[in-house]
Design a protein around this ligand. Structure first.
Ligand code: ADP
Ligand code: ADP
Length: 228
């Protein structure tokens, strides 16, 4: 699914406190790519991700998915869009504490018409032996694997990840990024990763850097150009 970001402007605050946090963002992300959105804290990454996710709206510009603008969608269409086309992974996992690993993933499959097989996914994620544990019996990395499972089980066209390794140590971060790459290869989802961790760009097909609400760079990585 192709993602088009067209001249997005976003403001926060009122009167003299009004600030423009996104100052005309335009970019395209082709289907099946891993795109990393880099930039220092406060540069507007999360805001842009939330606009793409239909959680926040922009004052100007639009997001289009396969040519369909999301702000033209009615409430019901928008919730279908989120349900059928988007998966979310957050920095702090947001798992349901009294459900097991398997049940947390099943929540993601609920109401999806094209859900993946949960048992197979548990194996892919390296969670099979942990499937009956609840989140507080898991390490941070295992919790993030579960959160990725919950997001990916409905086989979304676009997986949106906001600082997915922000709460993890170096070694576990590498494991989680490898897992995201494996998921991308296996299921072909377009993946957007927001981070201020520069090292993540080594797994990307496309890198977009933001600075102060504007795009500084937008390029395809060389290894991926030759590999694809
Ligand atoms: P990060 O830099 O990791 O994205 P932040 O702490 O900057 O995290 O922001 C996290 C979230 O908190 C933002 O996505 C936004 O919704 C909210 N937020 C950030 N700054 C403000 C602010 N000045 N006023 C209100 N909410 C804010
Ligand atoms: P990043 O994800 O790159 O850290 P954010 O998108 O969270 O950046 O924030 C961009 C700017 O917008 C920051 O200056 C932040 O303080 C501000 N901001 C974010 N959310 C809000 C909000 N809900 N209300 C007011 N200001 C906000």
């Amino acid at each position: 699914m192709q993602l088009e970001i067209q001249d997005i402007h976003k403001f926060y605050g009122e009167g003299e406190n009004r600030i423009e946090v996104l100052k005309g963002i335009t970019a395209n992300v082709e289907e099946g790519r891993i795109c990393v959105l880099l930039g220092p804290s406060g540069s507007g990454k999360s805001t842009l991700l939330n606009i793409i996710g239909g959680i926040e709206t922009a004052e100007q510009g639009y997001i289009a998915i396969n040519g369909e603008k999301i702000e033209d969608m009615k409430e019901k269409q928008l919730s279908l869009y989120r349900r059928n086309h988007l998966g979310y992974v957050f920095q702090f996992y947001n798992l349901i504490p009294n459900l097991t690993v398997k049940e947390n993933i099943e929540v993601g499959a609920y109401l999806s018409k094209k859900a993946l097989d949960v048992d197979e996914l548990l194996h892919t994620l390296g969670l099979w032996e942990h499937r009956n544990k609840v989140p507080n019996q898991l390490s941070g990395g295992q919790q993030q694997r579960t959160a990725i499972g919950r997001a990916i089980v409905k086989n979304p066209d676009v997986l949106l990840c906001d600082e997915p390794t922000g709460a993890l140590d170096y070694h576990t971060s590498k494991e989680i990024l490898q897992l995201i790459e494996d998921v991308n290869k296996k299921y072909g989802n377009t993946i957007l990763i927001v981070t201020h961790n520069d090292a993540i760009k080594y797994m990307a097909d496309q890198v977009i850097t933001l600075r102060d609400g504007q795009i500084r760079k937008n390029y395809l990585t060389e290894n991926k150009i030759s590999a694809k």
